[in-house]
Design a binder for this molecule. Structure first.
Ligand code: FES
Length: 136
């Protein structure tokens, strides 16, 4: 009888310890798996652009032509250098390893293998609002 009670207590102690470990690990595992959805970063460009204008920002390049307005990332998809815009060639060119992209972000040449991401552009609304909002 005493032997059975000792075994029962030992088994109970094992289950109590397992429950304690699970209770301690649960928040940690939940923290590791839990990801907060990234909010889009909104950048204002407070000027109206004419057809043919180009606006260089730190993170993007804004273009305007007859078909509309659009923004592409200014960060090279190879190793992350900041692209320059060549007015003569009308291309985005990476100063690091010479990858080249069209103004629509399509890769032409160089070690970069992916096109540039495009960002949504909205015209500001309101009476005194002049410019655009780019969602990064
Ligand atoms: S970082 Fe742009 S081509 Fe290498």
């Amino acid at each position: 009888m005493a032997e059975e009670r000792r075994m029962f207590l030992q088994n109970s102690w094992v289950w109590v310890r397992l429950a304690a470990v699970a209770a301690l690990c649960y928040p940690l595992l939940r923290f590791v798996k839990f990801k907060v959805p990234k909010k889009p970063q909104l950048v204002k460009v407070e000027k109206l652009m004419k057809v043919g204008d180009v606006h260089l920002d730190q993170e993007f390049v804004l273009f305007r032509d007859e078909s509309g307005i659009w923004a592409v990332s200014r960060i090279c998809t190879h190793l992350g250098c900041r692209l320059n815009f060549s007015e003569q060639e009308h291309l985005l060119i990476c100063p690091c390893h010479q990858s080249r992209f069209t103004t629509r972000g399509v890769r032409i040449s160089g070690p970069a293998e992916r096109n540039l991401p495009q960002f949504a552009v909205e015209k500001m609304s309101g009476e005194n609002a002049k410019g655009y909002i780019v969602s990064l």
